[in-house]
Each structure stands twice: as C-alpha cells, then as structure tokens.
Design a protein around this ligand. Structure first.
Ligand code: NAG
Ligand code: NAG
Length: 247
C-alpha cells in the first residue's frame, strides 16, 4: 500500500505515478493552465514543481486623485495546499473542471480570510492581518485544503510567499505578465481578474526551495477606478492558483 504522501514525492521527483487501478505506471507532468491566448514563458524542462497553492486575499491599490489611475501597492493572501487534488496526481484528485473552478468558487463562497477591521470594506487589519492558520474546509463537493502559508509584501515592497507549513519560501520580482482570459471571473466588485504572472527570484537570498512562481487562473482583484474608489487605499478581493517551482 503506497501512501498519498510517498506517491506525491514520487510524482515530484520522477514525475511518475501509479494509476489508481492496477496496470502500468503512467507518467504525469502537471502543466500550467493556459490562457487560451498569450501565455507566460513556461518553466524550464529541468524545473521541479514543489507545490500548487490556492490563494485567497486582497490586492491593494492607491489613488492619488479621483481622476488618477489606480496604482498597485501590494497584496495579502492566505494560501491553501491544492497539490494533491491536481487532476491525475492522487486518489483524491479532482477532474480538470472541478480543479479549474476552484478560484471562482472560493472567491464567492467565502469571505476574505483576513482580519478585517469592519464588514463595510475589504481592507485588512494593518498590524495583524492574518488570522490563525485554518485549513479550508467545507467547500461543497471538495475535500479539505490544508493551510499552506501566506503571501504578502515585505517592508521593502518585495512580494513574498512564506509557505511555513512546508518550509518553502519565495521572495520574487515580476518576470512576465499576460492578461487573464476574457471569460475570467471579474470578481465581487465586477472589476476584472488580475493578470497571470511569472515571478522570478528577487536575488535577495530570502527564498528557500523555490525560485519561480506563477500566478494563474485568477478571479477578481482588479482595481476600481479612482472616480469610484476615491483617493487613498483600496483593497479588492481576489483568488488565484500559485504554482511554485525550483529550477
Ligand atoms: C460581520 O459579518 C459577520 C458575518 O460575516 C457577522 O457575524 C457579524 O455580526 C458582522 N459584524 C458587524 C459589526 O456587522
Ligand atoms: C493592504 O491593505 C491593507 C488594508 O486593507 C493593509 O492592512 C495591508 O498592510 C496592505 N498591504 C500591502 C502589502 O499593501
């Protein structure tokens, strides 16, 4: 009897997995979702996929004036481990449709999982934005997703992923972006889905076991126009998948 964990380890070291029914081993390489149009530069053939996480949080913007263009200032999100449910990777794996619908479903099913100062906005508490490390449970027809870590911007404005549940860490800079597909979920404010991103190591020496991150299958997160949002900070709910590689 092979445990899911050792099965996954095998999957990620040799990219081979045992078919659920008896028979020859198939090989499976999880492939990044495609926008159907322009795509991000993919990982190199030697890159190892370390984790796939489902993120739920906020994208922050500021408006300097009501006729200005919103400027992105950072993001905060809680990350849940979705690796084992990638189609074909384990006994509990989801169908492609069920997997690909996760960001959309989560965005509308749950409030933003951050400490919020009030119910009237999507802003997060400035000193203590992250609540206790809770798994994501009870999404209809889905298994539970284990808490994986946090996404935030460090004090110098560098995007960070602290996957403290597994000890992985990524300090990154933007290495490429493409628009989300036209039919992507525009989010709870109907503003649009944030771009898909390729994020490369910041070379600050803070990453551990990850040096390439992708943000894909985004839902929501685009800014409201400054005329609507007003001047100052706005926080817009979003969800996405993050794929973590070492290459
Ligand atoms: C905020 O929303 C939660 C449910 O999401 C509710 O239980 C709580 O009473 C609300 N608080 C206020 C002050 O409206
Ligand atoms: C984003 O805005 C929230 C307020 O909604 C704040 O608590 C948080 O520190 C901001 N984070 C970044 C990275 O801008």
């Amino acid at each position: 009897m092979v445990s899911t964990k050792s099965l996954l380890l095998a999957a990620f070291t040799t990219i081979a997995y045992a078919a659920p029914t008896k028979g020859p081993c198939k090989s499976l390489t999880p492939t990044l979702p495609s926008t159907g149009g322009d795509n991000l530069q993919g990982p190199s053939p030697a890159a190892r996929l370390k984790k796939i996480a489902l993120g739920h949080g906020i994208q922050n913007y500021t408006c300097s004036a009501s006729d200005a263009t919103p400027s992105a200032t950072g993001a905060l999100a809680v990350l849940y481990d979705a690796t084992t449910v990638y189609p074909g990777l384990s006994k509990t794996a989801l169908s492609s449709d069920a997997f690909n619908s996760l960001p959309h479903l989560l965005l509308w099913d749950r409030p933003v999982p951050l400490n919020r100062p009030s119910n009237s906005s999507y802003s997060a508490d400035t000193t203590s934005p992250f609540p206790a490390h809770n798994d994501l449970k009870g999404l209809a027809d889905y298994p539970s997703f284990k808490y994986a870590g946090h996404h935030f911007f460090d004090s110098t404005g560098t995007p960070m992923f602290d996957l403290d549940a597994s000890g992985l860490k990524a300090s990154v800079v933007k290495g490429g972006n493409v628009n989300a597909p036209k039919d992507a979920d525009k989010g709870v404010l109907d503003t649009g889905a944030v771009a898909w991103l390729r994020l490369t190591d910041s070379k600050k020496g803070e990453s551990k076991g990850v040096n390439l991150v992708y943000r894909v299958l985004t839902a929501g997160g685009d800014a409201e126009g400054c005329a609507v949002a007003g001047t100052g900070v706005q926080s817009v709910p979003y969800t996405a998948f993050y794929w973590f590689y070492e290459e």
